[in-house]
Design a protein around this ligand. Sequence first.
Ligand code: NDP
Length: 438
Amino acid sequence: FSLASIIFLLLFAPFIVYYFIMACDQYSCSLTAPALDIATGHASLADIWAKTPPVTAKAAQLYALWVSFQVLLYSWLPDFCHRFLPGYVGGVQEGAITPAGVVNKYEVNGLQAWLITHILWFVNAYLLSWFSPTIIFDNWIPLLWCANILGYAVSTFAMIKGYLFPTSAEDCKFTGNFFYNYMMGIEFNPRIGKWFDFKLFFNGRPGIVAWTLINLSFAAKQQELYGHVTNSMILVNVLQAIYVLDFFWNETWYLKTIDICHDHFGWYLGWGDCVWLPYLYTLQGLYLVYHPVQLSTPNALGILLLGLVGYYIFRMTNHQKDLFRRTDGRCLIWGKKPKAIECSYTSADGLKHHSKLLVSGFWGVARHFNYTGDLMGSLAYCLACGGGHLLPYFYIIYMTILLTHRCLRDEHRCANKYGRDWERYTAAVPYRLLPGIF
Ligand code: NDP
């Protein structure tokens, strides 16, 4: 990121989230209506702000309870799912080697946290009726302020911690630019104690555990308002639940993704996980509360198919790399022994390491075909909302920018890491996302 884009993001990202959520609350999810109202003098920013629900004691209590409960599940409940779910890898796992040569251990218990949270949700909301399942929708904007407070607090704390008491000083990155340090983070794997890892906690919980609950709350609101839940709402709930469950089922694999292996922990991850993810990744469900779209059966089936094929490509591509790396190439990919490019790199401690880049399976089709599958799935969520408004399409626009930028960022890093070997790989697999196009 350039300095200008960092300052732009720090200033405007919270505003973008507010604008989208306010547009749904006050303008039935029209993105242009608030701007037009302001431009034509029908409303001022102050009017819009005055109509925005403030933070409430109830929202603050709910949010504090939510985050504390997730901290508790993460820190105090060792994983037991791996004992009875065949094929699931949980419990204590090792992450990738850091640039300074450290290998962190993680307690992988996200699936368990997700299951316990959802069971408690159903019991309390439906069996005991302790709260309404619409509780999240009903407090959506007051909760936004709480999420922002946590997002900024954790990013600021991470920055101070990076300067004063880092977990692993050798892995810290000081760029000399205050804004860059704040946004992209100083510490690589900030921790409190031996096990509380900021990256793993904030990336997965509270945001991703909440994702499916938020969608369920939106579906419950549709039921309350219109007496039924539309097939589009069911599609969004099902497709996104598959994505969320996949994330937790493969949490050990996630330890080897860019977020954990290469990104430092700053505002980008801290605030992004607390605010951006739960508020903007769930826009489709929110939109469908205001616009209950009922899709024709062929349309619904077509979108379901797109979502499932996208998910299959996403999962299989990630699985192929994981299998290949785990077995050091001693595996079958698409029924054949995989082809690979041998490569080497030197870590910050001066040690030389060897690695391999897979050129078989989906990794021979394009260099980031996992992103292509992800984008297909993202498009399916948006298409489920019909063509009435732009707002639910924000997700696919954002994901396209995010994953293209991520792809370029990753390739830049890999080119520096592997040098000539990376050039051999790009010659063997010339396209990034779409063969013949990009
Ligand atoms: P990848 O899983 O694609 O990991 C990239 C890394 O894999 C590279 O840095 C390199 O690391 C290694 N690598 C690259 N090419 C090869 C190859 N041919 N063979 C073996 N290893 C290779 O990227 P991400 O971590 O970004 O993404 C993981 C998944 O998460 C993706 O499916 C993505 O779509 C999804 N995602 C979703 C997001 C969301 O917000 N919904 C956000 C970000 C990601 P090394 O240094 O080890 O060689």
